[in-house]
Ligand binder design. Structure first.
Ligand code: ATP
Ligand code: MG
Length: 637
């Protein structure tokens, strides 16, 4: 594929990576030994119908078996699932043996409701242990789960019900956020009413948080069934490696959600390999991902990844700053967390709090903090790294890939990180920066589209649920001359082979003929010491075509008067002038208290842009805080 970039002094990584690209079949055949196979595969890879890739054809295995049963001998009495809720003040630890029993009970409930291999089960749940039991129970019996983020409104939920067509929905009466009850059941009932497809049954976990109506004959009570099935033994259903494990809808930052469909065997192997080589996972230790089971990080690194690796996993229901900003670090101390995984957005929240909380607890068990999901600006990265004194490992991936595409892979060898970079290609991913026009690799430090050569490695999406054509059209048709997977992110690769992500391909603005990534401008503005967080969008301008407009949240909560705002705005503009040049200077910098984000913490730049241009922001069901857009509007007056 054109010029090869030399990685300097990274022997072990380089060897492993090179082999994974040169000889993917040999490489992945070897990685397959990381998991248990009921029946060995006949063929490592069938890529006879590109861009589709079928891994471990003919092999039989089971994700739940690998996550739970396989550890019973060695780790049966060791913690597997650690539930911590600062919302309802509860902590509970399940050993692998206890988890094994709970999963069998949940599996028996699903079977009792007629769920069979290949049936879909939609899980609409808060962060409680039953959610994990339900996911593993599906995996155990070969039902396909589709977890929908709890707290999505009825409209989003209804469209996912119609797409996945679940036989059963598992839900709960309510979640809790910042101490306030968030009712789920009424939303669920509304969604089922709206949807054309109707589930046979709804399995309800009643947490006693709200009173709710039961639909007779349809709704079943988890506690009642649990008692009835307390000693259930449900053997693992051995599945084809290529069977579907789950559907997960993308977070919808850029449009209509797509049902990402994942397999069984490839996913299990990819997770096992990532736990070893990227996350430095060790059986018997504790992993804590602060995400939610509704997102891909929750699937791969709250539930499946750590358990497959024999680690205890923390399931945390609560905010990072409640009861105070020390809560994560207290969990790290109390449960001797060795790997912590979070998102830059959460770290920016901490940045606004008293830094003393970060040095209050014993963090000696912690090896590193992994961050993913959006660009990690240098300032935030430096701040958190010096505050906790641990390595920060930025890693870049997508719901579609299921596990990291780019990362500094410390499980292979001690590799240096670079500020602002999520690192180098992960083994298995033949990833490159391609010119938009020629589909050929860009030169060093030249901007292009981050793209992956097919076949995608194990663990990545198989197709769009129910729509092969959309899979090919959406992801594999960006370049006219050849079929390559597009990430729809801009990036560059430097002389050492490190990648830098410059934002999404649709987040580019064109100022008087200059194409600028909004991310670059955001990075520059973030380097001003007063700024905690910022969003930059391109707004239509009669003269220049588009201009950059910035919305910033300041570290200090004190309101600015008009004169102070003006001064600060001018200062920020000067920073951008100095770093990127006057062409990138935002036309205006507005100050707000909150930015519109999806519930997974991703900036809704498109909606901000629409508001700035006086257009309708469109479907807002995924927005975290609806008042955020009003603030944007108000700040401009
Ligand atoms: P949708 O695809 O529905 O629009 P989404 O892209 O926000 O939603 P995800 O799959 O959760 O849904 O997010 C993946 C995207 O997040 C990447 O394509 C990239 O834009 C961004 N991203 C993830 N990790 C990083 C990172 N470490 N650095 C920079 N950007 C990142
Ligand atoms: Mg995406």
């Amino acid at each position: 594929m054109g010029e090869q970039i030399k990685y300097q002094s990274r022997g072990a990584y380089q060897d492993l990576y090179d082999e994974s690209i040169r000889n993917p079949k040999g490489f992945w055949a070897r990685q397959a030994d990381l998991i248990h196979w009921h029946k060995p595969f006949d063929k490592v890879l069938d890529d006879s119908k590109p861009p589709f890739a079928a891994w471990y054809v003919g092999g039989q295995t089971n994700l739940c078996y690998n996550a739970v049963d396989r550890h019973l001998d060695q780790l049966g009495d060791k913690p597997a699932l650690i539930y911590v809720s600062t919302e309802v003040d509860q902590e509970k630890t399940y050993t692998f043996r206890q988890l094994h029993q709970e999963v069998q009970i949940a599996a028996a409930m699903l079977q009792k409701m007629g769920v069979k291999k290949g049936d879909r089960v939609l899980i609409y749940m808060p962060m409680i242990p039953e959610a994990t039991f339900a996911m593993l129970a599906c995996a155990r019996i070969g039902a396909i789960h589709s977890v929908v983020f709890g707290g999505f409104a009825s409209h989003s939920l209804a469209s996912r019900i119609d797409d996945a067509k679940p036989k059963v929905i598992v839900s709960a009466d309510a979640g809790s956020r910042a101490g306030k009850v968030v009712a789920y059941k009424p939303l669920l009932d509304e969604a089922i009413n709206k949807a054309n497809h109707k589930p046979d049954n709804v399995l309800m976990v009643n947490r006693g948080l709200i009173a709710f109506d039961q639909v007779h004959g349809r709704d079943q009570d988890y506690t009642t069934l649990r008692k009835e099935l307390a000693n259930a033994k449900v053997p693992v259903t051995w599945l084809q490696a290529t069977d579907t494990s789950y559907i997960l809808y993308t977070s919808g930052t850029t449009g209509k959600p797509k049902g990402v469909q994942r397999d069984v065997g490839g996913y299990t192997v990819a997770l096992a390999a990532s736990m070893k080589y990227i996350f430095m996972g060790e059986a018997g230790k504790t992993f804590f991902a602060t995400s939610d089971i509704g997102w891909v990080v929750g699937h791969s690194y709250i539930v499946y990844g750590p358990l497959v690796a024999g680690m205890a996993t923390v399931m945390y229901e609560g905010l990072p700053i409640r009861p105070d900003a020390g809560i994560w670090w207290k969990i790290v101390q109390d449960y001797k967390v060795s790997v912590l995984f979070s998102a830059p957005t959460a770290v920016r929240v901490l940045k606004k709090q008293d830094p003393a909380y970060l040095s209050k607890y014993d963090l000696s068990s912690l090896k590193a903090l992994f961050l993913a999901g959006e660009p990690l600006d240098e300032t935030t990265s430096q701040w958190i790294s010096s505050a906790i004194g641990k390595p920060i490992v930025d890693n870049y991936w997508q719901t579609e890939t299921g596990w990291p595409i780019l990362a500094v892979q410390r499980g292979i060898e001690e590799m240096p990180g670079k500020l602002g970079s999520p690192g180098v290609p992960v083994f298995g991913f033949n990833v490159n920066v391609l010119s938009e026009d020629t589909a050929q690799p860009c030169k060093v430090n030249e901007k292009g589209v981050v793209a992956i050569e097919g076949p995608l490695p194990p663990g990545c999406m198989q197709t769009v649920w129910g729509d092969d054509e959309r899979f090919v059209k959406t992801y594999w048709s960006s370049f006219k001359t050849r079929q390559v997977y597009s990430t729809f992110d801009w990036g560059i690769r430097d002389e050492d082979g490190y990648f830098f992500i410059l934002g999404r391909t649709d987040d580019v603005i064109n100022v008087a003929g200059h194409r600028l990534g909004t991310r670059e401008i955001e990075e520059s503005i973030s380097s001003h010491s007063a700024v905690a967080e910022v969003a930059v969008v391109g707004v239509a301008d009669q003269v220049k075509g588009q201009v950059a407009v910035a919305f910033a949240i300041l570290k200090s909560m004190d309101a600015l008067d008009a004169a102070q705002s003006k001064t600060l705005e001018a200062e920020i503009m000067k920073v951008v002038d100095g770093q990127l040049g006057a062409v990138a200077r935002p036309a205006r910098v507005y100050f707000v208290n909150v930015l519109p984000k999806t519930r997974s913490g991703k900036l809704l730049r498109r909606s901000i842009q629409a508001v700035c241009e006086g257009r309708d922001p469109g479907d807002m069901t995924t927005i975290e805080d609806p008042t955020a857009l009003e603030q944007i509007k108000a700040s401009m007056n």
